[in-house]
Ligand binder design. Sequence first.
Ligand code: SAH
Length: 250
Amino acid sequence: MSGSVVVAGLGPGDSLLVTPEVQRALDNATDILGYIPYVARIAARPGLNLHPSDNREELHRARHALELARQGRHAVIVSSGDPGVFAMASALFEALESGDYDTNTDIRILPGITAMLAAAARAGAPLGHDFCVINLSDNLKPWSVVEQRLRMAARGDFAMAFYNPRSKSRPHQFAHVLEILREECESQRLVIFARAVSTPDETVRTVTLAQATPDMADMRTVVIVGNSLTRQVGRWVYTPRSVVVPASAP
Ligand code: SAH
């Protein structure tokens, strides 16, 4: 019997945002692997082995899944949001590149709703024109790269979404991100702090760049910064689809 590895995105939190495709893979799994809080979202059932592991164990977890597949088992690695966005899908291919496993292993990557899309939908349509996405963690890249990409994105007038804006081990960097944005953008630029979207703890708050403070973000927050045309209509925030500002009615 040949085994398989699925890397599946569980969405931002609400079970209604788990796709039917992902649910089917979970139902057919023999083994579920992932970071402890993500595995905790999976209902136990007879015959299903749960393998929760620590945040920093990503490569080890990927190798474990490939090993299980070699033994004929159906392993599902779960990520929050989408597995290809700062998550386990790349780690699996890194493990596959080691040469220790058969590159013809039955592997499937199943998309999920990533945090910025769930957050953008709550706010309105802040990502309605060109945008870019930056992971503010410097765990896997030097901080100078984060700074440079941030500046270039702001100068390109992209709307921006930031993942991992702030953590206990990096409490000061987000203040520096706000400083860079203040150098590059006007003070009325809209900034959305969307925390724990689609969970009971959800909060979504829109402020101007002048009002934004570092404590508005934590590790459960995705931050969206509008482009120079992003504006409010009623309680909504949206970015027009073109850079041509429509002529106002006479
Ligand atoms: N693969 C995930 C991202 C993992 S990185 C995805 O596609 O969503 C972890 C970061 O994602 C967090 O620091 C936070 O910035 C963001 N995030 C994940 N879930 C979130 C949620 N429900 N609400 C707001 N931000 C979230």
